[in-house]
Write a protein that binds this ligand. Structure first.
Ligand code: UD1
Length: 376
């Protein structure tokens, strides 16, 4: 079965790597190709992840780059369509909720090519987030909806999607996490930053709702200044965030904030090594909410909502919004509570074997499709 596996942006790589690896292992059943749209293109946002995760070089690189939502989505569609026509895949597999995900799903839907969506069914119910629009539409267009948690199945059914299109397979990002933990121990990032044996916090921030709005961004920085009085905060800075810091004139004051250390974005293994040793993680990312839950690291999410409620219900995640006082108080409360990684509760099927369940679902979906055609 020929499968085109689409990656575009940083959070896609760790979801596709275990799937491609499993397809290569099961090479009598699968012939995988990797298509990189080029939505993310910097070495630190893309190449580092291919290297760290052992992803093979992309078979096809579309080189779309940055742009407004319409420009970027259209550019992916225009360059992806001829690839699908040429390759005639049995399945196209898209992951997550970035612009490349929706663009490729839409191309396939129009060409009547089967699309499987990994990480289907997550909903923040906040349509000001571009990712929420991408999730809603990708799920409507996909033939097979592979969900990471049961809440996602419920969301899809509530939107009228028939149960036979939905498969609960678990969280494939956790396959990458568990399989790379040992390799990440070789990273010297903690030593390089002088953190070995010390308490520190790790921070990531890149949501447009946080960093494209000067007053929200400034409220968060005020909280970081106070938290910095208790422990060092390590902040690998996303290119979007770096640009806004400069544009809003925050760069100088942030450089002077005690204990807040800005560094370049890290690769997968270095970042895993960094957050897995943190006393506290502050983030507006989706994936990091899940990774901290899997490892039992306290996580404060600097957003008003999450599309990953299981990380709050079962895991270590707390939604704290962007109010200075609320963030600071939650951080201090966390630091005042002894850490107990052993009590981490890992959600069902976040077990490191999701990729194989995805492959089984693709095979089954293909057989069902053939059956339907025979009957027709
Ligand atoms: C995208 C995803 C978001 C994901 C994030 C992870 C969408 C709608 N958003 O947001 O869901 O959480 O990736 O990083 O798809 N840039 C570079 N180098 C790069 C890539 C981007 O400098 O390799 C800069 C460009 O100035 C670009 C900006 O970052 O305009 C934003 O990039 P873009 O891909 O549009 O969105 P992200 O904010 O990265």
């Amino acid at each position: 079965m020929k499968v085109l596996n689409v990656v575009g942006a940083r959070p896609n790589f760790m979801k596709v790597a275990p799937i491609v690896e499993a397809m290569k292992r099961r090479d009598t059943e699968f012939a995988p190709l990797v298509v990189h749209t080029g939505q993310h293109y910097d070495a630190q946002m893309s190449d580092a992840f291919f290297r760290d995760l052992g992803l093979p070089e992309p078979d096809v690189y579309l080189n779309v780059g940055s742009g407004s939502h319409a420009v970027q989505t259209a550019a992916v569609m225009q360059s992806f369509e001829p690839v699908v026509i040429e390759e005639k895949p049995d399945w196209v597999l898209v992951v997550g909720d970035v612009n490349s995900t929706l663009a490729c799903a839409l191309v396939c839907a129009k060409l009547n090519i089967k699309v499987a969506h990994v990480e289907a069914g997550l909903r923040s119910r906040d349509r000001t987030m571009p990712e929420e629009i991408n999730r809603l539409l990708t799920d409507q267009l996909s033939d097979l909806l592979l969900t990471p948690s049961i809440d996602a199945d419920e969301n899809l059914r509530a939107e009228g999607i028939p149960g036979e299109r939905i498969r609960f397979v678990g969280n494939v990002m956790i396959d990458s996490l568990f399989s790379q933990l040992e390799r990440a121990e070789k990273s010297t990032v903690r030593e390089d930053l002088g953190l070995a044996g010390k308490d520190y916090a790790a921070l990531t921030l890149h949501r447009p709702s946080n960093v494209d709005n000067a007053s929200t961004f400034s409220r968060i920085l005020d909280a970081l200044e106070q938290i910095g009085n208790r422990l060092p905060i390590i902040f690998p800075v996303h290119p979007r965030t770096r640009a806004r810091l400069k544009e809003f004139g925050f760069a100088d004051s942030i450089e002077q904030t005690k204990n807040l250390r800005l560094i370049e974005p890290l690769g997968y293994l270095d970042f895993l090594r960094l957050y897995s040793g943190a006393r506290l993680v502050l983030t507006d990312s989706g994936g990091i909410q899940e990774e901290t839950t899997a490892l039992g690291i306290p996580c404060l999410t600097l957003r008003e909502n999450t599309e990953r409620p299981i990380t709050v219900e079962m895991g270590t995640n707390t939604i704290v919004g962007t109010n200075t006082e609320r963030i600071t108080q939650a951080a201090f409360a966390t630091l005042d509570t002894p850490m107990d990684k052993g009590s981490a509760r890992i959600p069902p099927l976040w077990d490191g074997h999701t990729a194989d369940r995805i492959l089984d679902a693709l095979l089954e979906g293909m057989r069902e499709g053939e059956g339907m055609r025979d009957e027709g």
